[in-house]
Design a protein around this ligand. Structure first.
Ligand code: UD1
Length: 343
């Protein structure tokens, strides 16, 4: 059984916690570093209830260099880092750009410096399909041009990829896999962990489930005049645990020295685009619950349509998104109901 230690920053967050579960289920030892700015300690209990083991946890902000250095000293045998810790609200990033640049970039700079200093060369980085902007060709492949970002949040992901590229160029010992996520949704089937939006959700699925359960009166569908079959915007929704599994594969690839270049990029999507209205239909079909909606104008900064060509991840990583839309939406609904019961 493998026992390598993996440092997971942002490991109590939404994608982070699902990835910790998959790492532990594959025999890895996990150390979570998280400042709990957008998550809570209870997530650790949720993880333990699934895997039978509470991961090591340190409440630290990755921007705090001396605290991070203490972790590298304390756990001298960290074999890889998965760096999730970042702020991710597009609208907030427009209002507080400097906070976003500081938080998302200083944390990465600290980690890269410590990786070189402590000879810990393997990094899996949380990137996003936002780097493609509105692609010229769909489905979008990894070699599509990176387009000018439409928000400071998106810009932090683009700049982060460039910082990693330059760091690897200067220190040939370093290796990284940047995973470009499409739209992660759903929760672990146990409903022990899931997405916990702070306040009013920005993202579609938590808004849908909160409307279905009666926390919100109706969902606003942003835009009805896009150049799509039903006029609403199209995204590639991917089940969070499928996404999490790709991180385990990426870690293995780095540990076994199988990545071909210093820095590799992979699209993590299903390859299928769904419009907002199709998502609502699928949700109602899967759960039997009606979602009140109102069609309103476009949301500023939204793109019209994007979905992945995941064939590079399929062939090269041997990874494939497996969960149906109906099943992923059901897990989101089960999670929302579990949250209600906890209150
Ligand atoms: C955005 C970012 C993505 C980021 C993610 C994290 C861009 C282009 N995308 O994804 O990089 O990782 O946030 O938070 O920067 N919608 C409604 N009503 C709602 C909410 C959403 O109609 O109440 C629609 C949106 O207009 C969009 C779709 O649902 O068409 C998905 O929206 P959302 O879940 O917010 O994700 P993105 O904007 O695609």
């Amino acid at each position: 059984m493998k026992k390598e230690k993996i440092l997971v920053t942002g490991g109590t967050g939404y994608i982070g916690s699902h990835t910790v579960v998959e790492l532990q289920n594959n025999g890895y030892e996990v150390i979570i570093v998280d400042n709990l700015s957008n998550s809570s300690l209870e997530v650790l209990d949720g993880i333990a209830s699934i895997t039978g083991k509470k991961p090591d946890f340190e409440q630290i902000d990755c921007c705090d260099m001396s605290a991070m250095e203490r972790i590298f000293n304390q756990y001298s045998d960290i074999k890889a880092i998965i760096h999730f810790a970042a702020s991710k609200a597009v609208g907030e990033s427009v209002e507080k750009p400097l906070m976003y640049y500081r938080n998302n970039l200083v944390s990465l700079l600290n980690i890269l410096e410590l990786m070189s200093k402590y000879n810990c060369p393997n990094l899996v980085f949380s990137s996003s399909c936002t780097v493609y902007g509105q692609p010229d060709k769909l489905p979008v492949t990894e070699d599509a041009p990176v387009k000018a970002a439409t928000s400071p949040y998106g810009n932090t992901k683009q700049i982060a990829e460039e910082i990693i590229r330059d760091a690897i160029h200067a220190d040939k010992n370093l290796k990284s896999i940047a995973l470009r996520y499409f739209n992660p949704v759903g929760a672990h089937p146990s409903a022990a962990i899931g997405e916990l939006p702070n306040g009013i959700p920005n993202n579609l699925i938590p808004f849908v489930t909160q409307t279905a359960i009666g926390i919100r009166s109706r969902l606003r569908v942003f835009g009805s005049d896009y150049n799509t079959p039903d006029g609403s915007a199209i995204r590639d929704y991917i089940y969070v645990s499928d996404l999490a599994k790709a991180h385990v594969i990426a870690v293995e690839r780095l540990l076994e020295n199988r990545n071909r270049k210093g820095l590799e990029f992979f699209n993590l999507g299903t390859g299928r685009g769904l419009s907002v209205l199709e998502v609502l239909n699928e949700f109602e079909k899967a759960t039997g619950v009606k979602v009140e909606r109102e069609i309103v104008g476009r949301r500023e900064g939204d793109i019209e349509k994007v979905w992945a060509d995941p064939s590079w991840a399929n062939s090269e990583l041997g990874w494939k998104a497996e969960t149906s839309v109906s099943a992923m939406l059901q897990t989101a609904w089960t999670w929302e109901k579990a949250l209600k019961n906890k209150k």
